[in-house]
Design a protein around this ligand. Structure first.
Ligand code: RTP
Length: 155
């Protein structure tokens, strides 16, 4: 399916609780499928607080951090690993700007969301983070074997 292995990356895409509750999972999957990326793993998951804190550790000092942790743990999320050439940057383009009011029409956030605090989807921001978020770091792999390590193995 993937014409060349050169530049094939993996990215972690997560439909956030608002996206799951609003019934947007199929729509979001469809956009990545139509683009031509390969779904490597998928899991419906209730994110524990500790893992949400680990995922958003770089934002720990932001004023919105406590709200963000509440939001992400407020209901199930859909965790996905997607693969393809240039998938990390392309997924960020398909998702659109963090603030949905600034996201271009045609992007997921541009078409489907209004609030930054309810922006329906997450995508890794670099190939390194894509790998870490799908597979986990050494420590995470041990602590979180029950989910992240498994989204890839489930295919
Ligand atoms: P993501 O990690 O979810 O793909 O989002 P991003 O890279 O586009 O944005 P980032 O700056 O990493 O922020 C992560 C998530 O935090 C929430 N946020 N709320 N001012 C606010 O209330 C605010 N700013 C950011 C959003 O859910 C954002 O996606």
């Amino acid at each position: 399916l993937v014409a060349s292995m050169d530049g094939v990356e993996e990215t972690y895409i997560m439909v956030k609780p608002d996206g799951v509750q609003r019934g947007l999972v199929g729509e979001i999957i469809s956009r990545f499928e139509k683009k031509g990326f390969l779904l490597k793993g998928l899991k419906l998951f209730q994110c524990p607080k500790e893992l949400a804190e680990e995922h958003y550790r770089d934002l720990k000092d932001k004023s919105f951090y406590p709200k963000l942790i509440n939001y992400i743990t407020s209901g199930p999320v859909v965790c996905m690993a997607w693969a393809g050439v240039g998938v990390v940057a392309s997924a960020r383009k398909l998702i659109g700007a963090t603030n949905p009011l600034q996201a271009e029409p045609g992007t997921i956030r541009g078409d489907l969301a209004v609030q930054t605090g309810r922006n329906v989807v997450h995508g890794s921001d670099s190939p390194e983070n894509g790998h870490r978020e799908v597979v986990g770091s050494g420590r995470e792999r041990q602590e979180n074997r029950q989910w992240k390590g498994r989204i890839r193995k489930s295919t």
